[in-house]
Design a protein around this ligand. Sequence first.
Ligand SMILES: [Zn+2]
Length: 312
Amino acid sequence: MAKYREQLQGMGFGYDDVTAVAYRKINNIAFIVRVNPASKEYNVTAACRPAKDGMIDPLRTALHQFASQRQNMLKTAFFEGKQIHICYQITSDITPGVNDAVNFIMYCVNQFECTPCCSVCGRYGDVDVYSIENNVSALCTGCYGTLQNNVVENILSDSSIRMNYPMGVLGAILGGICGALIWILFSVMGRIGWMAGLVAGFGGVMGFKWLGKKISTAGIVLSIIISFIFLFMGMYIAAGIDMYNALTAEGISVTFRDALDLIPYFMQDSEYTGTLIYNNIFGIITFAATSIASAIALIKESKVKNRSVKLT
Ligand SMILES: [Zn+2]
């Protein structure tokens, strides 16, 4: 691919390394060149169409003739309504083919009065080449704005996948429950389960994305709240177990439910509350750090995936 990039850049094309697409505006017509080594071909497209409908058939005939004269090196040449496409078989040097295609398209532009047009809506006018969610196309500013808005809405997602909200919530609940169970387990073993905060923080956000297929900013906030509620419940149950053990050790007969109910009452005692905070603060800090780190990682990943840039 590096070889083709150098060849295209040598011809004055810009080259986008992320999508491996070359682009150039010649006399206001946006050209896009895609090299596809897998299918052994490269495509030259130009976003333009005849200003008069009567010129469409002659343009198609000219492209057909052009293709039949070059049968051994050319795969197809056609006009599909908004763009002229010319597709060549790949060779070690694609420069002659790209030149040939560009020259012929410029000839067609003059001969059949083609005007630059948007490759999405087809409107005549100024177009530029943009890369949106790694799709490179020649767009008018209106279509770019619309697609760009969709990207912002789907900033955390692949637009081809639908988010399943209920399953995402279930994923966040499962992540939170895992954190809560680990917290209770560590507490029973007499240790501070900072790892539980890690599991709840990571599991909540990633559990949402895993079962919900994708996640939005609202989904991130919701999953952090849900997993925290479950982690908090785990912490409360662990405190209840401590309370139950402490009271029965002193010979006071209580049920586990009583022990849970006594926690708010005991919290009026600052020493008890101090110990409770000390026992739980590490879990809450690791939870906050991990859930924020998970959210940032997801946003960063999606920004790379969904980047949108103007290329020309
Ligand atoms: Zn448009």
